[in-house]
Design a binder for this molecule. Structure first.
Ligand SMILES: Cc1ncc(COP(=O)(O)O)c(C=O)c1O
Length: 392
């Protein structure tokens, strides 16, 4: 896995770790080019097309000549629509000035961390966690401080046990609920106690709306000492459009706006118009997608449990199931490759999400019921052969 790097490449760039799921995907593509049929359960991307009303809004905006820079914080109309959304959905009253619209959630993280963190600052991160978080921190020479979370508790922080992990350099805490890779949600009670720790909370709410049991809560219901990052990629099936936003405390707005002006200038205008349509007109399509994901979630959970995987806290959000596969192997990277080679099913190795994810596999159900059924059938054959020693 060690990559050859020229000595001229900066230390910062060298420290960026690769996305291991890409190794799986590349091998899967190679197998496909050799005529094999691979089922992709490794990808964290909706398999639905973007709703028509959203596309129409973009076409109309482009035809009307909305093709130039916008205000660096984004179209006022989009920010006002977002304010209404936060009021209706969470009961949180925000000002349009608190929003900075970005080209995806990923650039939103760059902006927040650049505005909040100095070199040497520490940020508390769950282990396992979304793979890219530590790399965003490295970019500004800040450090992740990992705290193990456990499957028996849906991989969520124990707020009472965080205090010993804090030191004078600890500036912030990252939360992600519903979470990637685990698909689980933080309870209201834990969210409230995390908000009380006195740290800045950076809340990645990108999977909000993709919730099948219970209700998701925004960190802003509990504290205003928080940054929200969110985007349109997952809920609205808009990964390729690149649209997201930051909600920042008022004293951070101008610093973030200056970063935005310098590094990104503005988000794309017709994509912002599409964002307004997504928020105001796409509800029927969204509900249809959510119900479909939920059916698949039940189907995959049942199937995996039938195959002998123990899932103590079933996921209730996003579109992932994170399963303990230690009874098969301690090496999730080798196991994911073996499953791909033998069963032609792509899954993501848990090690991609930190040391705490080792021994686990992430299955995405952003794929049809038909493909999930076939993937489970192939896994059953794989496991039978493996237990009879024929795979090794
Ligand atoms: C938890 C989480 N945050 C952020 C992102 C990045 O999203 P975007 O497409 O908006 O940059 C992803 C994408 O997989 C994610 O899973």
């Amino acid at each position: 896995m060690k990559e050859k790097v020229s000595k001229a490449v900066s230390r910062r760039a060298q420290e960026i770790t690769p996305f291991l799921v890409m190794d799986i995907l590349e091998r899967a593509k190679q197998l496909e080019s050799q005529g094999e049929h691979v089922i992709h359960l490794e990808i964290g991307e909706p398999d639905f097309p973007t709703p028509e009303v959203v596309k129409d809004a973009a076409y109309r905006a482009m035809a009307a000549g909305e093709t130039l820079y916008t205000h660096s914080q984004g179209l006022l109309e989009l920010r006002e629509t977002l304010c209404r959304h936060y009021l209706t959905k969470y009961g949180v009253r925000l000002a349009p000035e608190q929003f900075i619209v970005t080209s995806g959630t990923s650039p939103a993280m760059v902006l927040i961390f650049a505005a909040l963190l100095d070199p040497g600052d520490e940020v508390v991160l769950s282990d396992p966690h979304y793979s890219c978080y530590p790399n965003f921190l490295h970019l500004v020479d800040a450090k992740p401080h990992y705290v193990r979370v456990w499957e028996e508790e849906g991989f969520q922080f124990r707020p009472d046990e965080l205090k010993p992990h804090l030191n004078p350099h600890t500036k912030a805490l990252i939360i992600n609920s519903p979470a990637n890779p685990t698909g689980t949600l933080l309870s209201e009670e834990r969210l409230a106690r995390l908000a009380d720790l006195g740290l800045y909370v950076v809340s990645d709410e990108i999977y909000h709306g993709l919730v099948y049991e219970g209700k998701e809560h925004s960190i802003l219901e509990y504290t205003d000492r928080a940054f929200v990052i969110n985007g349109f990629s997952k809920l609205y099936a808009m990964t390729g459009w690149r649209l997201g936003f930051v909600i920042a405390p008022l004293d951070f707005v101008r610093p973030i706006q200056k970063l935005m002006q310098n590094f990104f200038i503005s988000a794309n205008p017709f994509v912002q118009r599409a964002g307004i349509a997504a928020l105001t007109e796409a509800q029927p399509e969204l509900e249809q997608m959510r119900l479909t994901y939920d059916k698949r979630r039940h189907f995959l959970l049942d199937g995996l449990q039938r195959l002998g995987f123990n899932i103590p806290v079933p996921p209730t959000g996003a579109f992932y199931v994170f399963v303990n596969a230690r009874h098969l192997s301690e090496d999730s990277y080798a196991l994911a490759f073996d499953i791909l080679e033998q069963a032609k099913v792509g899954v993501t190795p848990g090690i991609d999400f930190g040391a705490g994810g080792e021994g686990y596999l992430r299955f995405s159900y952003a794929n049809s019921l038909e493909n999930l059924a076939e993937a489970l059938r192939r896994l059953e054959v794989y496991l039978k052969r493996r237990s009879s020693g024929k795979n090794r």
